[in-house]
Design a protein around this ligand. Structure first.
Ligand code: ADP
Ligand code: MG
Ligand code: ZN
Length: 486
């Protein structure tokens, strides 16, 4: 955040501190404590029974698949998985028929893990516990706001749907990092099969705790919790707005009040919703109708060993094959779009392996990513052939990009497409001759280059490009220059 001044006081740079609470609905066939179907978008109040309607005398039975999904999430987030206890969290709300929510309190199933962002930073995970979802109220009229609505409707299909709430440590420092955290978490949830991660359907919901402090200070400011962001974009906007609001409060001589605030997407601001609840407001006590869940070592290790490759390890694999930085945007893009099999196809073949795979990553992160809907037309074999043609100098980078666009648009084989476009390979001998000419024409620069002035590579490459009217493979040209230097 930018520096700001208050009166004559020295400028203070402010830092934003963020902790996120993410609720993920689990992809089970049935609800957490009853056999009702867990299904989105159905006729209201059709997936209900005495248990999820909270009728007297009904008893909950824990869904084993939900426990397994929670364990997969915990394992993927490097948490300790432990024997856990369900509690009743008591509060009144019309969409919660029992007037309490079965959740986990002081002994959650997953504790103390971390998540690695695509940029390489680690964000601590405090806990990831199991709980049941509430029903859904719809306020009719008055723009959907409760105080202006004519009446409200309640749908209990969602009541009792299994959730895992993932609570991060206050390790996040910017709105971009918050978005990157949610993207990474969503990718992990989808990869483990635990959740579909659909923010637009409400199966992934994010609350943001935000505070500000003078940059460099060790303590934490008072936080506000923001609710109701239903896209990554509104998460980012809400955090930016809230941090600026808190800075203005503090600089105006006021104090931030700890409270829950509501993000108003249309107005682009947060508004006070209610004062912060404390744990005692909820009168937590152990759920008497459920026994503690102890998954045991064997089940925990079976879950851990059955996890699929997760985004961070896939990024590491792409980086290892290509020699590129695992935290680079290009590698992140390749993995996010599921293009890593193309890198594997290239890395497995002949040629200078790393160089070829690095070219593959660049083409995938740029040209292929830009036309991702057409990726079905690109076979791994023809992509690999194209990348090898670029790597061995038979195509320049610009020609290779053009051929790739053509492959994405209409399919085909790269050799044939290159021929059709009139891209003739420049023989290695021809390139050498041009390089010699350019060197001869610039003896002074060549002497400086020989003496170690590396930045002159660009100077020579530029002249080679002009001399060959853009037909030279510039990577091959700079390799040749280095080779001549010895
Ligand atoms: P509570 O039990 O009151 O919800 P927690 O300690 O569980 O409080 O924290 C909830 C969330 O708030 C966590 O994600 C945590 O990282 C975040 N958080 C805690 N303190 C701060 C702070 N000063 N600024 C920003 N986020 C914070
Ligand atoms: Mg909390
Ligand atoms: Zn039910």
């Amino acid at each position: 955040m930018s520096a700001a001044t208050a009166g004559d006081a020295p400028a203070v740079a402010w830092e934003t501190v963020i902790g996120l609470e993410v609720h993920a609905e689990l992809r089970t066939a049935t609800k957490l404590f009853c056999g009702c179907r867990n299904s989105f978008g159905e006729e209201p109040n059709t997936n209900v029974c005495p248990v999820c309607l909270g009728l007297p005398g009904s008893l909950p039975v824990l869904n084993k698949a939900a426990v397994e999904y929670a364990m997969r999430i915990g394992s993927a987030l490097h948490c300790g998985i432990q024997a856990s206890i369900f509690h009743r969290k008591n509060y009144f709300y019309p969409d919660m028929p029992k007037d309490y929510q079965i959740s986990q309190y002081d002994v959650p199933i997953n504790v103390d893990g971390w998540l690695e962002l695509s940029g390489g930073e680690r964000i601590g995970i405090v806990r990831a516990h199991l709980e049941e979802d509430t029903g859904k109220t719809t306020h009719v009229g008055g723009g959907g706001r409760i105080h202006e609505a004519g009446y409200s409707l309640v749908d209990f299909n969602r009541a009792g749907v299994p959730l895992v709430e993932i609570v991060s440590a206050p390790d996040i420092r910017s709105s971009e990092q918050a978005r990157s955290y949610v993207e990474e978490l969503r990718a992990i949830l989808v990869a483990t099969g635990a959740s579909d991660g659909k923010m637009e359907e409400g199966s992934l919901r994010v609350d943001a705790n935000v505070s500000v402090r003078p940059a460099g200070s060790g303590g934490f400011g008072t936080r506000c919790e923001i609710k109701n962001m239903n896209s990554l974009r509104s998460l980012g906007r809400a955090i930016e707005y809230e941090a600026a609001r808190q800075v203005a409060v503090v600089q105006g001589g006021g104090e931030v009040v700890q409270e829950t605030r509501h993000w108003d997407e249309a107005a682009g601001r947060t508004g006070s919703m209610r004062s912060k609840e404390e744990a005692y407001d909820y009168r937590y006590f152990p759920e008497p109708d459920l026994v503690p869940v102890d998954p045991g070592e064997a089940w925990i290790s079976a879950v851990a060993s059955a996890l699929p490759p997760l985004p961070a390890s896939r990024r590491a694999a792409v980086a290892g094959a290509s020699g590129m930085d695992a935290s680079s945007d290009a590698v992140a893009t390749v993995v996010r779009l599921g293009l890593d099999p193309f890198v594997e196809a290239v890395a497995g073949g002949p040629g200078s392996r790393e160089n070829v795979a690095a070219i593959a990553v660049r083409r995938l992160a740029n040209e292929v990513a830009a036309e991702i809907d057409s990726v079905g037309r690109l076979s791994p074999a023809s992509f690999a052939a194209l990348v090898r043609m670029e790597a061995d100098g038979s195509l320049t980078a610009a020609q290779s990009r053009t051929v790739l666009k053509e492959l994405l648009a209409s399919g085909g084989e790269p050799k044939e497409v290159a021929g059709r476009l009139g891209f003739e390979a420049m023989a290695a001998g021809d390139l050498e001759a041009v390089v010699e000419e350019v060197i001869a024409a610039h003896p002074e620069e060549w002497a400086r280059f020989l003496a170690g002035e590396d930045k002159l590579t660009g100077f020579f490459v530029g002249h080679i490009k002009v001399a060959t009217e853009g037909r030279a493979n510039l990577g091959a040209a700079s390799a040749l220059l280095r080779a001549l230097r010895g």
